[in-house]
Design a binder for this molecule. Structure first.
Ligand SMILES: [Zn+2]
Length: 65
C-alpha cells in the first residue's frame, strides 16, 4: 500500500463514504491522515494505520473522466 502520501493527493478508499463517493483529497498528513470527500466535501481524520488499511490506490494526476 502507498505510504508516501502527501497533502493534495487524491486517494480512492475501499469503503465508500455515506454519500456514495470513494475519492478523497488529502488535506493533512501526520500521525493522523486528514481526508476531504470529493463528493460531499466532508472532512474526516483517520489514524495512519487505519488509512493504510483502507486505501485502495492513489489517483493523483489521473483526471476524472
Ligand atoms: Zn462524502
Amino acid at each position: 500500500m502507498p505510504t508516501d502520501i502527501r497533502v493534495d493527493d487524491i486517494v480512492q478508499m475501499r469503503k465508500t463514504h455515506a454519500c456514495g463517493g470513494d475519492r478523497w483529497r488529502v488535506y493533512r498528513v501526520g500521525a493522523d491522515i486528514g481526508l476531504r470527500c470529493l463528493t460531499c466535501d466532508r472532512r474526516i481524520l483517520l489514524p495512519r494505520a487505519r488509512f493504510e488499511r483502507g486505501v485502495r490506490r492513489v489517483v493523483t494526476d489521473v483526471e476524472e473522466s
